[in-house]
Design a protein around this ligand. Structure first.
Ligand SMILES: [Zn+2]
Length: 328
């Protein structure tokens, strides 16, 4: 729900959309509308109380004032952390309780919306350096957590926002946003493996090694890797430079080609051979008919002989590919 501030004070347009900046409010309020209505208070774009509802105070066209030197390119969200379902905690330390399930889901949905609307990257933002991208949190721009060269996102020192427990939940939020956007979980974010994953991975690796014809390895792979991940792997393999141990030119030089190159040229060669065979078959038919022979019988025998030769050729052919690790 959007309840914009009356006479909104900050109508400076965003310069860019690089980050989704997560905060903890040190507040038990179900809304920060009245708090933010007081002039001079750092105001975020959004607020998410414990129940996961979302309130908006500033249009995302404009800058918020919650992120100091990151205001020009960060969309900010404050979150409730006191009262309601939260245990009592010492607000002087980093003992902020974890976000509720509803807050995690709402933060993820908002992250997915920011991705679709403003192109915010579905990844963890590494630090507060100018130009950094993704899901960030306030203390990345606060000493002593700020990295050297990072922007200051607060004038305070030692402010823990949003606290250890909430920082630890951010990878899960990124992953959930990604799932909402793409329909598949996973990607860049590390997800802890469970014991149940081990046999699946073994099956995938073992299946690949054996080159199983029943595609068991392939099916297992589908279970451990998302489609985009598998596409990345296939792309890496097809694009990799290989040393091809065939001296085609007969001059002692070996061509460096990618697997894709080899597949395409093999395919082109096969098409050429197919066309030549079709032509040869036509010639054979014409000759046979001219000699008063059974053309169909001759073509069938010719075809069988060609098949035989090809089968021997395939059996003998050994394509050996060696990864050339001197190529970047
Ligand atoms: Zn904060």
């Amino acid at each position: 729900m959007a309840r914009y501030q009356p006479g909104q004070r900050n109508c400076i347009l965003m310069a860019a959309y690089r980050r989704y900046g997560l905060h903890t409010a040190v507040s038990s309020a179900s809304s920060l509308y009245n708090y933010f209505a007081v002039s001079g208070r750092a105001t975020s774009h959004f607020y998410i109380p414990a129940d996961g509802s979302v309130e908006q105070y500033i249009d995302t066209k404009f800058r918020s004032t919650a992120h100091l030197n990151g205001n020009h390119d960060t969309i900010t969200v404050e979150t409730q952390d006191i009262g309601g379902p939260f245990p009592k905690w010492n607000t002087n330390g980093s003992d902020v309780p974890a976000w509720t399930k509803q807050q995690v889901e709402a933060l993820a949905k908002l992250g997915a919306w920011l991705h679709r609307t403003h192109g915010i990257r579905l990844q963890l933002c590494p630090n507060s350096k100018p130009g950094s991208l993704g899901f960030a949190y306030h203390r990345q721009g606060i000493d002593p957590w700020r990295v050297s060269g990072g922007e200051f996102w607060s004038k305070a020192r030692g402010k823990v926002c949003p606290g250890d427990r909430r920082v630890a939940q951010i990878p899960q939020i990124v992953n959930r946003s990604r799932q909402l956007v793409t329909g598949v979980a996973g990607g860049d974010t590390d997800v802890a493996l469970t014991k149940a994953d081990i046999p699946i991975i073994q099956e995938a690796v073992h299946g690949m090694k054996l080159g199983r014809s029943d595609n068991t390895g392939g099916l297992a792979l589908q279970r451990v890797m998302t489609l985009p991940q598998r596409a990345d792997v296939a792309g890496a393999i097809l694009g990799a430079k290989y040393k091809e141990y065939v001296d085609e030119k007969g001059d002692g030089t070996r061509d460096m080609r990618t697997v894709a190159d080899i597949l395409f040229s093999t395919h082109a060669n096969a098409l050429q051979v197919k066309a030549q065979l079709a032509g040869l078959t036509e010639v054979l038919k014409t000759l046979a008919t001219g000699q008063g022979l059974d053309a169909d019988e001759l073509v069938t025998r010719f075809g069988a002989k060609v098949d035989e030769v090809f089968r021997e050729f395939v059996d003998e052919a050994r394509v050996e590919l060696v990864v050339d690790d001197t190529q970047g």
